[in-house]
Design a protein around this ligand. Sequence first.
Ligand code: GLY
Length: 360
Amino acid sequence: MRQVLKVQISENKEYLIDISDSAFVRLNQEIFEYTKGQKRLVVMSKKVYKLYSSELNFSDDEIYILPDGEKEKNYKNYLKIINRAFEMGLTRKDVIIAVGGGVIGDIAGFAASTYMRGIDFIQIPTTLLSAVDSSVGGKTAIDLPAGKNIVGTFYQPKKVFININFFETLDKKQYMSGLGEVLKYAFIEDSCKYNIPLFLFEFLTLSCEKILQREPLTLIRLIEYCLNLKIAVVSQDEKEGGLRKVLNFGHTFGHALETITKYKKYTHGEAVAYGMFFIIEWAYKHEYINYSYYKLSLDLLDKYSFKPLDKKYPVEKIVEIMKKDKKATSDRIIFVVPNGKKTVTEVKLTTLDVEFALKN
Ligand code: GLY
């Protein structure tokens, strides 16, 4: 089974996303065809290298291995990748390929966007999380000790190969992390300005068991739905001037949680799920949504075993982190708030509003 989606950012900026369950032999052929005549630098996570290097047809001297973890998305590793590209003699005609999760895709993408002012870049996400989010849309970045994704570019890949066979080796925590981000799309569907209704909320409700079992055809369909929404958003607003902010639903609080726990306690999707609980609760209390949708929303999260956060963190610290968010203004913190069934709106809250919400 194969689905091909097209991302059209502008008249001459477009690329294809290939979603399939084809055997790795086939994936190898496709990558080979696609990169014919190019030198390739393949940035791969250590875990992915151990699990898949024998399945994938890259030679060891074109692979650059990075250890796993958010802390590796730093300028030292970025420089190492760039230096390696230079040592290998990569020119503007060549390509950097990311094989891994979001960390690998972000740092390799940033390297590709800056090496010789930009060379081709291919994303091969190996986690559900990166398949439904970071591998598409062109955000690349590295972190600074002071914050996540502080240095980065908008740089679209030339091609995205999503092969769901990679997901077989994800542990439950990693898979659920992807589902946290997947659920986000259900709450924002009608704000994405996609031209046909996908009924993702209903699909997630009805197909929960198959999704949890990682049933291949259901998974391909699920990724296709999520990416159709993401493509609709980024093709209308590549650089997050407005519409793209809807993709940050659940992220303001989620990001603060990840930061305060130094990216060690919660996976990204888990933190986003806590963020969704927080803002759904706030929206209901402030009459942005009615009781029936509030209940429906909590039920959907519960169906996937996500629960509201049962631990308190120092409110002032959480607010401090939120104020440093790239999207925050000098005196307001921006939240994407549900304001109706499957729709969201941006709300700018004062520090006091947020402190009050966190304490109550
Ligand atoms: N992860 C949100 C975005 O791509 O804009």
